[in-house]
Structure formats: structure tokens, C-alpha cells
Design a protein around this ligand. Structure first.
Ligand SMILES: [Zn+2]
Length: 120
């Protein structure tokens, strides 16, 4: 579909690990440097799942815009619906490496509630 000559795809951003270009395929956003061992990839299926948990109907176009923004280190703030409370909230999403070594779209780490810790 989006394939150009010999399967080359348009770069959508720079790899946060090795700075090579990130390319989009049907299933994922990959680092073009994977042959050299860079493991950076964001799978579309798990990203779509992430968004559906938070009440967002995502599609490829939506994901591409999100991933582009994240790779460009822009603030990507979305209004999501909490699966626990059903309440809407604003979240700045990010890319992080999970326990299994895969990269994924995620919420920022939860800040513990209960006041500010000021070091003065
Ligand atoms: Zn890379």
C-alpha cells in the first residue's frame, strides 16, 4: 500500500536510540537500523490496544501522527478516559521500554500522590 520502490518507506522520524530513521510498515514503526541491531519498534497492534483501553478509537493515521510527535519530542497530550473510574483526564503520553524489552506507547510514570517534595 504505502510501499515505494524496493520496499523503501517514508521516514517518519528519528530513532530515539540510534538516531537513524524510523519507517512505517503495515504492522509497526521500525528503526531502519534494525539490521545493525537496533531493536526500536513500536507495534501498531499493541498501540491500538493501549488507546482502546483509554477510550480512544485510534487508527493508522492517528498512530502515525502520535508517533511522529513523540519522535520529534513534542508534548503529546491527549484526553483519555480512565478504565477504572470512567473519568476523562489529560495525559502526556510517551514512549518507553517495557519489562520485556519492547518499546511501547505509555502513560508517564504515576506520580505518587501526597504533596510536593521540595528540596530546599
Ligand atoms: Zn534505532
Amino acid at each position: 500500500m504505502f510501499l515505494r520502490d524496493n520496499g523503501a518507506l517514508e521516514a517518519i522520524g528519528k530513532c530515539p536510540v540510534c538516531k537513524k530513521s524510523i519507517r512505517e510498515t503495515e504492522k509497526a514503526f521500525w528503526c531502519s537500523n534494525y539490521r545493525e541491531g537496533c531493536k526500536f519498534a513500536i507495534w501498531k497492534e499493541s498501540s491500538l490496544k493501549f488507546f482502546s483501553v483509554f477510550g480512544v478509537e485510534a487508527n493508522d493515521v492517528f498512530l502515525r501522527e502520535i508517533v511522529k510527535g513523540l519522535l520529534a519530542r513534542e508534548d503529546v497530550v491527549l484526553s483519555l478516559v480512565s478504565p477504572k473510574t470512567g473519568k476523562q483526564f489529560e495525559a502526556k503520553i510517551s514512549i518507553r521500554k517495557n519489562d520485556r524489552g519492547y518499546w511501547e506507547i505509555a502513560l508517564p510514570p504515576q506520580k505518587s500522590q501526597g504533596g510536593h517534595k521540595s528540596k530546599k
